[in-house]
Ligand binder design. Structure first.
Ligand code: XMP
Length: 517
């Protein structure tokens, strides 16, 4: 397995994903995890990520010395290369001109890392790579034992290698897709240079994870809050595969779910997979708690609080439960570790379940902690979950509560559910569901005048929102075809009583957010 030491680059997670895509297990840890940790990890290779710091300043982050003493291959990327150069006796200079964006570099010599990897060959027979650069500093003098393996006009030392010690540095970013041969370079490092096999694959992982859960949990009972989302669904299927009847899932119908959602969850998990699921209809309780409340933040707080109460009541009935299972995934773990304090870590796990573990005195079981979202999906499929569940758009915790603007009422939720179902059905039928990252309807409690048949109507408005995004931090509104929008609008107005107008949201994030509240 490969250890990635994180110096804070925005691309560090991508390095981990690329390594996993090469079917090699890897973990990402802060650069200062400590020598003992690195020793115990026993990596077959180490990758030093990029980062925002400059080697030329005082007291900049350095790779622990052990990295260069273990005798395993090391690949430094961008800042990782610069600190490697500085620490091993080379020199780094603060370049006056930043090099940012696409660049061409020429592969030089016969390095194991880049040999025969190229996008094209010049008339003189030099291999050329199209790469992505993003750096201010550059290496100006090689450390002893190193040779140049890539260069261009802006960075005469765009790549370096000490083949004896198997230390490599790249000024450009092989982990981003803009570097066309990036995957080949990562493959070369982890397989050829580090000698890792291709043993990271889902069917094996399922067996391994099942074994781990069994030995961790023993004969104890486990509870899991099922939300119908991808992560908790996959966690439930995996834990059930491992310990069967010892798992009880709790599914809370808040009254703020999508059309037939509770039914679908029961069909999939209880009927099809044979998982024990307790369905709690708490919709009346949620509606009462939300009556008269219009402020979005207050609504969120009330929904979170009620959820915890309902969950606790159910959990208290399971006297033998010792574990609380959660669908925490690797990006959540990395994010919390990013703060680099144990404290931040705990705060995040608590935050994820709204304080559940504290009050329930249960141990945490998080079987997806080391998986990326696409791996969670792959795992779900390997466990036999339907693609409709595994590739479902995300749905916020507070559900329709933040998609009914202002006061939440059951009658509004019912209208919204129908409109939303029509929207999603038509997106799926036209192939647009897969092309968008998230799509949903929003209920606007304002009335406008319309005409239907010969009569005047005075009814509510539904807004449609569909966005494309990779990380949900920024998003573009989806350019759905007008003919599709027309069809959806017609259906909603004809089929949903109480709605006579449909609008399409054409705001990006930022400045708007994806949800309306
Ligand atoms: P915004 O509206 O902030 O949403 O652009 C970004 C993504 O987060 C989801 N979201 C939530 N998810 N609990 C959740 O589990 C929440 O309270 C919550 N609020 C927003 C939203 O659906 C989108 O995918």
């Amino acid at each position: 397995r490969i250890l990635i030491l994180d110096f804070g680059s925005q691309y560090t997670q991508l390095i981990a994903r690329r390594v996993r895509e090469s079917h090699v297990y890897c973990e990402l840890h802060p650069y200062d995890v400590g020598e003992q940790f690195i020793r115990d990890f026993a990596p077959k290779g180490i990758i030093l990520s990029g980062g925002p710091a400059s080697v030329c300043e005082n007291a900049t982050p350095r790779a622990p010395d052990i990295v260069f003493q273990l005798g395993v291959p090391v690949l430094g990327i961008c800042y990782g290369m610069q600190t490697m150069a500085a620490q091993l006796g080379g020199a780094v200079e603060n370049a006056r001109v930043r090099e940012f964006g696409y660049a061409e570099v020429r592969a030089r010599g016969h390095s194991t890392l880049l040999k025969d990897i190229q996008d094209r060959v010049t008339a003189e027979g030099h291999g050329i790579l199209d790469v992505w650069m993003s750096h201010g500093d550059k290496v100006i003098r090689l450390p002893p034992g190193f040779k140049v393996i890539a260069s261009n006009a802006a960075s005469p030392i765009a790549g370096m290698a000490d083949e004896t010690r198997r230390f490599y540095g790249l000024q450009f970013h092989p982990e981003v897709t803009h570097t066309l041969q990036g995957k080949a370079i990562i493959d070369r490092f982890v397989h050829t240079i580090c000698g890792c096999g291709t043993d990271w694959n889902m069917p094996d992982y399922v067996e391994e994870a099942v074994g781990r859960i069994r030995s961790e949990v023993g004969k104890d009972e486990v509870i899991l809050g099922l939300s119908g989302g991808v992560d908790s669904s996959v966690a439930a299927a995996l834990i059930h595969r491992a310990i069967g009847e010892q798992l009880t899932c709790i599914f809370v119908d808040t009254g703020l779910l999508r059309l037939n959602e509770a039914q679908q969850v029961m069909d999939t998990f209880a009927r099809h997979l044979g998982v024990k699921v307790t369905l709690v209809d708490a919709s009346e309780r949620f509606m009462q708690a939300l009556a008269g409340v219009t402020d979005p933040e207050q609504k969120r707080k009330i929904i979170g609080r009620e959820f915890v109460h309902v969950f606790q009541e159910q959990a208290a009935k399971l006297k033998n439960a010792r574990w609380l299972a959660q669908g925490t995934i690797y990006p959540d773990v990395i994010e919390s570790a990013g703060a680099k304090t144990k404290k931040a870590h705990t705060i995040k796990s608590h935050h994820n379940v709204g304080g559940l573990p504290e009050t329930l005195h249960l141990k945490l079981l998080e079987p997806l902690r080391e998986l990326f979202k696409d791996e969670v999906r792959e795992l779900g499929l390997a466990l036999g979950l339907a693609p409709e569940i595994v590739f479902r758009h995300p749905f916020p915790g507070p559900g329709l509560g933040v998609r009914i603007l202002g006061e939440v009422k059951r009658e509004y939720a019912d209208m919204l559910r129908q409109a939303d179902a029509i929207f999603i059905e038509e997106l799926k039928a036209s192939g647009w569901y897969e092309k968008t990252s998230q799509a949903f309807a929003v209920f606007l409690p304002v009335k406008s005048v319309g005409v239907m048949g010969d009569g005047r109507t005075y009814e509510y408005v539904v807004a449609l929102r569909a966005v494309e995004t990779r990380d949900f931090m920024t998003a573009r509104w989806a350019e759905l075809p007008h003919s599709l929008l027309a069809k959806i609008s017609n259906r909603i107005i004809n089929e949903v009583r109480g709605v006579n107008r449909v609008v399409y949201d054409i705001s990006g994030k930022p400045p708007a957010t994806i949800e309306w509240e």
